[in-house]
Design a protein around this ligand. Structure first.
Ligand code: 6PG
Length: 244
């Protein structure tokens, strides 16, 4: 019987709508704090289905100087920016178009690039120029049903990457997973405030694996979140918490 120790803070709420409310108010507070400290804030966004309502609610939060926010991505699929699978398109429609972030402050991961390793290296150069602390001030992340986070998938070498900040991930046709670009553990660990959103019963088991005092990164890449040096907050609904 392994012990579960939640690294960071656990916020359990009734449902997905409550995840959006909790996440948007906490992300907004973290952005305001970063801006008050450094007159700017870096915000990194993930894709998937869970964050959309949180991004829509974040767009309605008051008191955020969006002119001071630089927007980045945690990961991106190897698709054009207007593709429905694009994490950029998700953020553009649910948040960026609603708050009017200046295009120069929207740092899209070029998932459509023909040479993904080169695109990863270019994005890394951008991060090294713009992220003095090596991580984002604020990051919104998720946990896949298979235990992945970002685009660090079980059995992939990326979860052990300690030098590069951005890597490309080859397509996995058997898993119907397109190629990706993703930040790596050094960037995730260097973030100031990470908010992990998880909804639904399918997240219960991967969360238990992420929180277990034993387990491997290869089996459960979201265990990389245990190394976040800033604040780490898990915002989950009852189903993800195994409460029916
Ligand atoms: C992606 C995301 C990914 C996501 C998890 C959870 O590109 O798919 O960045 O890492 O956070 O897959 O996704 P859900 O929110 O859909 O459960």
């Amino acid at each position: 019987m392994t012990t579960k120790v939640v690294p960071g803070q656990l916020v359990a709420v009734p449902d997905v709508a409550s995840i959006a409310t909790e996440a948007s108010s906490r992300v907004a507070r973290a952005l305001r704090e970063a801006i008050s400290r450094r007159r700017t804030a870096s915000l990194a966004l993930s894709g998937g289905s869970t964050p959309r309502p949180a991004y829509e609610q974040l767009a309605r939060e008051k008191g955020i100087d969006w002119n001071a926010v630089e927007v980045f991505w945690i990961d991106e699929r190897a698709v054009p920016p207007d593709d429905d699978r694009s994490n950029y398109k998700l953020a553009k429609l649910s948040l960026l178009d609603r708050v009017g972030v200046a295009p120069a402050k929207v740092h899209r991961m070029p998932g459509e690039a023909k040479d993904l390793p080169a695109a990863a290296a270019d994005y890394e150069k951008l991060l090294r120029r713009l992220l003095p602390s090596g991580g984002f001030d604020v990051a919104v992340m998720g946990v896949g049903d298979d235990g992945h986070t970002a685009s660090l998938f079980p059995g992939d070498p990326g979860v052990h990457e300690s030098a590069r900040w951005v890597i490309s991930v080859p397509a996995a046709p058997a898993k119907k997973c397109e190629a990706r670009l993703t930040v790596t553990p050094p960037v995730i660990e260097g973030c100031g405030a990470v908010f992990v959103l998880a909804a639904g019963g399918a997240k219960h088991e991967p969360l238990q694996r992420a929180w277990s005092t034993s387990g491997t990164l290869d089996e459960t890449p979201s265990r990389v979140l245990r190394g976040v040096r800033g604040s780490l907050t898990w915002i989950i609904d009852k189903a993800a918490g195994g409460m029916g």
